[in-house]
Design a protein around this ligand. Structure first.
Ligand SMILES: C[C@@]1(CC(=O)O)C2=NC(=C\c3[nH]c(c(CCC(=O)O)c3CC(=O)O)Cc3[nH]c(c(CC(=O)O)c3CCC(=O)O)/C=C3\N/C(=C\2)[C@@H](CCC(=O)O)[C@]3(C)CC(=O)O)/[C@H]1CCC(=O)O
Ligand SMILES: NC(=O)c1ccc[n+]([C@@H]2O[C@H](COP(=O)([O-])OP(=O)(O)OC[C@H]3O[C@@H](n4cnc5c(N)ncnc54)[C@H](O)[C@@H]3O)[C@@H](O)[C@H]2O)c1
Length: 242
């Protein structure tokens, strides 16, 4: 394994991004989702209003981001825990990485990842469930495509399935005696059954879905399933997309 995967709590971190181009803005936007203390962006060539306009147009206003149109100086790294060398100059990025290393600051290098301490994975977040994906730098385009496939798969399959469980759980709790419940919940979540259910929801075959559920659920539960709720399992507009 070329990289050690971990999930960082950055809420107490001051972060610094050198360079304010398109790639830097993408790194900043992902970092902001984890609510770092602050992000300082330094770029001597891009006027502040151009950066702010570009950033806010793409990702919206965020008070955690501050911008300096000037050259970087080592003093800027005081209190910084995480850094990104995001300029288009290999030399500038190299010098910056060196200073970060001397100061024990983890630094990402957007244009020469092998020189940095970490790479940024593609990610999907559904509240507390987070997927982070990496090709170890082999193909970021593939990582992005895989993320999109996974997102479709999760939203098509698991999110509607969880909505179904949300409908069924109280009915089972109310109508099935305690010692039989765990067995039923496990049967509903079992791989083969779950996959058939997910496929029926995806195809909107709600009548068959009802029949399939009746194979394992007692009549006392099946008779109380609200058909209108069942037809809402697969909403046209998914709200959980990040
Ligand atoms: C996942 C994602 C996260 C993010 O950036 O937030 C990310 N790159 C994304 C997109 C993307 N990047 C590039 C393309 C164009 C197509 C292509 O080249 O494939 C596309 C696709 C597009 O734009 O459609 C070009 C590119 N990327 C790197 C280099 C330099 C090099 O390889 O040397 C070059 C060549 C520059 C040149 O041509 O000179 C390097 C890195 N990019 C990484 C992450 C790290 C490894 C991730 C992994 O392990 O897979 C790593 C190693 C370091 C790092 O940046 O941390 C984000 C997807 C966002 C999303 O999820 O939607
Ligand atoms: N990691 C990735 O996902 C990825 C994706 C595409 C490209 N890249 C590479 O990343 C680099 C940046 O790409 P981009 O599209 O953001 O380029 P860009 O041209 O949009 O931005 C580069 C920024 O660096 C700034 N800069 C130059 N010298 C500087 C200095 N001394 N101090 C501070 N800032 C300085 C420039 O003013 C500019 O705003 C390129 O080398 C590109 O090959 C990486």
């Amino acid at each position: 394994m070329k990289y050690y995967p971990l999930f960082l709590d950055v809420t107490k971190y001051k972060c610094l991004v050198l360079g304010a181009g398109g790639v830097a803005r993408r790194k900043i936007s992902a970092l902001l989702k984890a609510e770092p203390l602050e992000i300082i962006v330094i770029d001597p060539f891009l006027p502040e209003e151009d950066f702010m306009r570009a950033f806010f147009d793409e990702y919206g206003f965020n008070p955690r981001v501050s911008y300096c149109q000037r050259n970087f100086c080592p003093k800027d790294l005081e209190q910084v825990r995480l850094a990104f060398a995001a300029t288009d100059s290999s030399e500038v990025n190299g010098d910056f990485l060196k200073i970060c290393t001397e100061n024990n600051i983890f630094c990402n290098a957007v244009e020469s990842p092998e020189r940095g301490d970490f790479i940024v994975p593609a990610h999907l977040d559904y509240d507390s469930l987070i997927f982070a994906l990496s090709s170890s730098g082999v193909s970021p385009a593939f990582t992005k495509a895989l993320k999109e496939d996974l997102n479709n798969w999760v939203l098509k399959g698991y999110v509607p399935f969880l909505r179904l469980l949300q409908i069924l759980r109280p009915l089972i709790l109310d109508n099935v005696e305690e010692k039989k419940r765990a067995e039923l919940f496990r049967a509903l979540a079992a791989k083969d059954f779950r996959e058939e259910i997910m496929a029926l929801i995806e195809l909107k075959k709600f009548h068959e879905l009802h029949r399939k559920l009746a194979q394992i659920l007692p009549q006392s539960v099946v008779s109380k399933i609200d058909d209108k709720e069942i037809t809402m399992l697969k909403k046209n507009k998914e709200e959980n997309v990040c």
